[in-house]
Design a protein around this ligand. Structure first.
Ligand code: PAF
Length: 280
């Protein structure tokens, strides 16, 4: 596996790969890799000839400086995992060199509707930061296929829409959320949970399953089901940002006429924010 920092070298290496007729798979990450990321790498490897992974903790998508500062940075351990997973190239740019201009002078991408609620409402600027970095990475890597996790469901939907709206020549694939044995969705943020918080955390998935089951069995008073679900979360020790039953396509609040549904939640345990979702 080659590990590089410079965009110019990245382009030269990838040009050689596609010139030799190889298809390029891409998994963008912010590092601190776990089994969830490795499942994306495996999918990319199964679908393409040469897999690129990026590790870049993107300042544009953080709405709080303390969250950006606390984000775990584990490049050496990540590189070892990726090498073992059969990745061809790790692109890990220097934070100061990645963007060609300062944050407030940079061209930004805004994807409407799908980003307006849920994470978009709770974390102003977050999705514009994600769309902007992913668009830049797509332009640098020029992958045939890029793989994203379903845990960040709203992000996945936003990227699919951006690619369609802007005619980007890349196919977006997704992989199901990878969970710990007790159901907690794998996330880099889990390492910030105290022992007591870690014990409470699986309750988030249990509540999502309960809510999804009520809907699956015909419950259609979605607003009432949501507030019962939020109550269950609060009694499990969480502070609740939201628990919502949405249309899986555009993440607008579901109505009784909608058929493709998803339950999404964001909660806090102490200073750690967790998100999860479940398709009905
Ligand atoms: O999902 C993530 O890890 C990030 O949002 C992404 C897609 C790598 C962009 O920084």
């Amino acid at each position: 596996m080659q590990q590089i920092k410079e965009a110019r070298r990245l382009r030269a290496l990838l040009k050689a790969q596609s010139g030799a007729g190889k298809s390029i798979g891409f998994v963008p990450t912010m590092g601190n890799l776990h089994e969830g990321h490795l499942s994306l790498v495996r999918r990319a490897r199964a679908l393409t000839d040469f897999v690129v992974v990026s590790i870049f903790v993107n300042p544009l998508q953080f709405d709080r400086q303390d969250d950006l500062d606390a984000y775990p940075r584990t490049l050496e351990a990540d590189a070892r995992l990726l090498e073992r997973a059969g990745v061809g190239l790790l692109y890990a740019p220097d934070p100061d060199d990645f963007y060609p201009d300062e944050a407030d002078r940079l061209t930004r991408i805004d994807v409407p509707v799908v980003t307006e609620r849920l994470e978009g409402a709770a974390r102003p600027g977050h999705f514009s930061g994600v769309a902007t970095v992913v668009a830049r990475l797509f332009n640098l890597v020029q992958p045939d296929i890029a793989v994203f996790g379903e845990k960040d469901y709203q992000q996945l939907r936003m990227i699919e829409k951006m690619v369609v709206d802007l005619g980007m020549p890349v196919t977006i694939m997704s992989e199901p959320t990878v969970r710990e044995a007790d159901g907690l969705a794998m996330s880099s943020r889990n390492s910030r949970l105290s022992e007591a918080e870690r014990e409470k955390a699986p309750r988030l998935y249990e509540v999502l399953k309960k809510v999804a089951e009520v809907v699956r069995l015909g419950g259609r008073d979605f607003r009432k089901i949501e507030s019962k679900g939020a109550e269950l979360l609060r009694s499990g020790g969480f502070r609740v940002d939201y628990l919502e039953i949405c249309r899986a396509t555009d993440l607008q609040p579901a109505t009784g006429r909608d058929t493709e549904l998803i339950v999404l939640a964001a909660v806090w345990l102490g200073n750690t924010r967790l998100i999860d979702n479940l398709r009905v």
